[in-house]
Design a protein around this ligand. Sequence first.
Ligand code: ATP
Ligand code: MG
Length: 329
Amino acid sequence: MKLCVIAGDGIGQEVVPQAVRVLQSMLPALQTVTADAGWATFQQQGTALPAATLAAARDCGAVLFGAVSSPARAVAGYRSPIVQLRRQLGCHANLRPTLSLPGCGLPGLDVLIVRENTEDLYVGEEHSDGDTATAVKRITRAASLRVAESAFALAAAAGRRRVTIVHKANILPLTDGLFRDCAREVATRYPQLQVDEMLVDTAALKLAQAPQAFDVLLAPNLYGDILSDLAAAFGGGLGVAASLNLGQGVAIAEPVHGSAPDIAGQGVANPVASLLSLAMLLRHHWQLPAFATQLELAVQHVLAAGTRTPDLGGSASTAAFCDAVMAAL
Ligand code: ATP
Ligand code: MG
């Protein structure tokens, strides 16, 4: 078993090595390969995603990706390395769970957002003549079917009850209409799951009002991005929000947060998002559900015992939190 470790920028350099330390205590035979990506890498090497990093990720088959900073304004030649990685590695689905954790966020929450990961407005095709700027929103049958298949298969395997298809097909009947129709088509093969659909604006309102009412949400790329940040707000914030990118064989575990320049360098970033992303990697990619559950329970135990980083009102450092998780394991 191999893990490609890409810490990236800012707090990625703090939470990733600590989370890997915890994982290694569980899996002593795990081989790790560290690789560079991000804004600092771009400034040093002229690319945010060196070919060696992509090769290492492919070779390992599993990646932990911390966070990268992006320049505030477009910089020639800079492209987001995580967007490129997801695309190059064929990670077509992004799983973003929001779960109640002891003492953080709302109780009774267990929402899973499955976000399409390769297309929509993220194809990066923008044009401008100075007065009119246009962006391409591309939705394909193939990508819509395969993300829907991932969402329904996961929902069924996890014993979940309902999948809500999110779209805006009243305004975008061709693009979002296609996404919705593909999801409906896949749904017919999962009679055990309830299916409904919701316009994205309504979904945002209902998520804000009663997030506990949702089970699985299936959304195109941009809506999925926005709704999962909204959901994360109810689950204890960015410090605990985990995600996993899945697709054709390679998986990327990715805490949802960014590089958090405001707290970087202080050693107090919350490692829970990275730890829970690794738990998703254990469960869905390495097929080690018992290890995944063990890690999740250890994190919950430590939080319940009151050890927390400052974002959750505590005073533990990143390293001290991970020490406590290792002790709980
Ligand atoms: P970026 O441009 O890299 O996304 P950002 O300024 O948007 O950087 P985020 O990382 O998205 O920063 O974080 C937003 C806020 O949440 C910041 O105030 C940050 O300190 C906080 N935050 C994010 N992740 C964590 C974490 N793991 N632990 C503690 N606080 C965090
Ligand atoms: Mg951010």
